[in-house]
Design a protein around this ligand. Sequence first.
Ligand code: ZN
Length: 320
Amino acid sequence: MALDIKTLNYEIKKIITPNLEELAKAFEPGLKENFSEVKLEIVDCPNLTKDPFYLASEGISGDTVILEYGSAVYLLPLVQKHKIYDLPSMIRNIPGYENKEFFASGAGAGPYPLINQNCEGIMNLKVDSNGKITNETHISRVDSNGGMEVQKVPLSETRSALLGNIFLSEGNSGQVLKVSCKKRIGNENFISAMRLSMANYFKDQTVGIGGVFILKTGKAKQHVMDDFSEVPINTEDELNSWLKFFDMSAPLIAVGTFVTDESDLDLRLQHFHSFSKHGEAGHYHYDVTPNIVEYEGYFNVGARIVRIDRPEITHKFGRD
Ligand code: ZN
C-alpha cells in the first residue's frame, strides 16, 4: 500500500533555468579546484538506454522537474513505515504530467515491503502515455552476512519509501552538459564540486540539476542502509555505525539531483545512488581512488521544483 496522493502536500516552484553554456561556466571553477583534468561540453545526449548507462529512457529532456518527496525525518530517529510513495501516482498529479510519457530517475529509499527489509532504491523508471512501464530500478540491501545484495525490481514495482530525489522529464533526447573529470586533487566529491561552484556563481538564486554520471575507473565509498533500527538513531555517529559502507568498483552508474540551496522547501542539497551490472549498488559518498578516478556525467537543468510531503518539523542530519 502506498500513501494516497490526495493526502500529500504538494509545493511547486518555478526556478531559473540557466542555459548550458552558463551552467558550464558555473561548474568550471569548482571542478578545476578538485580535478586535474576537466572537460565541459554541450552535446546531444547519448542514448541512455544503451551500455554503459542502462537507463529506462533515451534522454533527460522535456518539461524537467526536480522532484523531492518525503524526508530523512521519516527515517530518523525512528522509521515511519507508512511513508510509502508510488512514483507514477505522485507524478501523474503534477500539472502537465497527467498523461504524457515520463522518465524518473534518482536516489530514494527502496520499496521495503517488496523484500520486507529496508533497502536503497536506485530509481530508474519510464511510463508511457498508455501506462506501459519500463522499469530498470534496482534495490540494494544488507544481507545476513553483512554483505550487500542487489536486485532489479519486478516490472510493476514502482514504489519508494520514506524519501527520494528524482530528476523527472519527458525522457526526450536533447542537448545536455557533458562533464568529464580525471584524477581528483581536492576534497570535494564529483557532485559537491559542481554544486558548491554553482551555488557560488548563482548567488541567492535556486538552480536545480539532474542527470547521470558514470564512475569509469576506481572505486567509490557508498553506503547501504541496514534494516530499520529498533533503537532511535539520534546522532551522526549512531547513523554511521548503522549504515553499512562499502568500497564499490567501477563501472558504477549514478542517478540523482543537486541544488544550489534548500530554497524555502527544505530541499536535500545533493543525492545520488548508483548501480552496476556486477552486483554492487548504493548511496554515493566519494571515490576512494583519487589518483586513477575518472568520471563522465550528463546533466540537465530543472525548470520546476516539486516538493511532496515535506515534514512540518525538520532536522538536518542524515543528509550526507
Ligand atoms: Zn541515499
